[in-house]
Design a binder for this molecule. Structure first.
Ligand code: ADP
Ligand code: UDP
Length: 237
């Protein structure tokens, strides 16, 4: 069994450790929750284990559908071995239904179905609050190459196609989500980080009840219940 060595990085939701294999890291998911660029802090009991196991479940599904991911092996409820990548400093956001910053910025009521999915980038930079940028900015700043942006965009829409169908089959509407990509040592771009109720907006298909981190961001209550409900529907043994 792989062992955690030095702590490489402690983020808001996960700790990342080195291992004996220089190409492999171990991520350890925490129950800590933050919102509004770290301004709001709290704990969601059980979140770490749910996000870890859910993310791995979804990454396995995506691998089968031809999207390469960083997943190596789930080590425990909270810990997973992943391929070490150099993270491309872009948050890639796909939207199917208006919500959150999109609704606010454009004055469109939350819940309006978009005519087609959108893709947008944020520059992954906590000090700046992850500002919205476009592909030209990313190229001009050297954050990614043209080929990488094309690969990332293609994968992101494929992830959306797979996840819309999958969540629909468990009674959930996929509103929007954020993903991150990274480069392996040979430059190959793969999906990294996580896919969980922290990084997706997930609404119950029938009632449109929010089953994601918006319950924490907006003090809607029943935060733990929402994460557990999503996890239960995944049917992971
Ligand atoms: P944040 O940095 O936003 O607070 P987290 O607490 O989730 O986020 O920390 C995890 C960090 O690890 C993130 O910065 C993420 O980009 C990075 N990361 C995710 N997967 C990998 C990977 N396979 N290799 C290297 N870094 C990764
Ligand atoms: N998101 C994320 N991390 C971020 C910003 C956004 O995981 O740092 C996710 C968020 O959970 C939602 C989607 O990306 O599923 C779109 O978020 P939006 O731009 O609407 O921002 P927010 O309303 O969360 O500020």
């Amino acid at each position: 069994m792989m062992k955690k060595l030095d702590l490489l990085y402690e983020g808001k939701a996960k700790k990342v450790y080195k291992t004996e294999d220089e190409n492999v890291l171990i991520v350890d998911y925490k129950d800590d929750a933050t919102a509004f660029n770290g301004l709001k802090k709290g704990t969601i009991v059980g979140k770490g284990a749910i996000n870890n196991r859910m993310s791995n479940h979804i990454f396995r599904l995506l691998e089968k559908e031809g999207v390469p991911t960083h997943l190596v092996e789930e080590l425990s409820d909270r810990e997973t071995a992943v391929k070490k990548v150099e993270i491309v400093p872009l948050e890639v956001i796909i939207r199917n239904v208006a919500a959150g910053s999109f609704s606010k910025k454009l004055g469109i009521e939350e819940g309006r179905k978009l005519l087609r999915p959108t893709l947008e980038f944020s520059y992954k930079n906590d000090e700046l609050g992850d500002p919205f940028i476009n592909g030209y900015y990313a190229l001009a700043l050297g954050l990614a190459t043209e080929e990488e942006i094309e690969t990332i965009s293609d994968y992101a829409f494929r992830v959306n196609d797979v996840l819309i169908k999958y969540f629909d089959s468990i009674g959930i509407e996929l509103i929007d989500f954020k993903i991150e990509f990274g480069r392996l040592a040979d430059g190959t771009v793969i999906l990294a980080d996580e896919i969980s109720p922290d990084t997706c907006r997930l609404w119950d298909k029938e009632t449109r009840e929010k089953l994601d981190k918006d319950r924490f961001r907006r003090d809607l209550g029943n935060v733990e219940d929402a994460y557990e409900e999503v996890f239960k529907r995944l049917g992971i043994k």
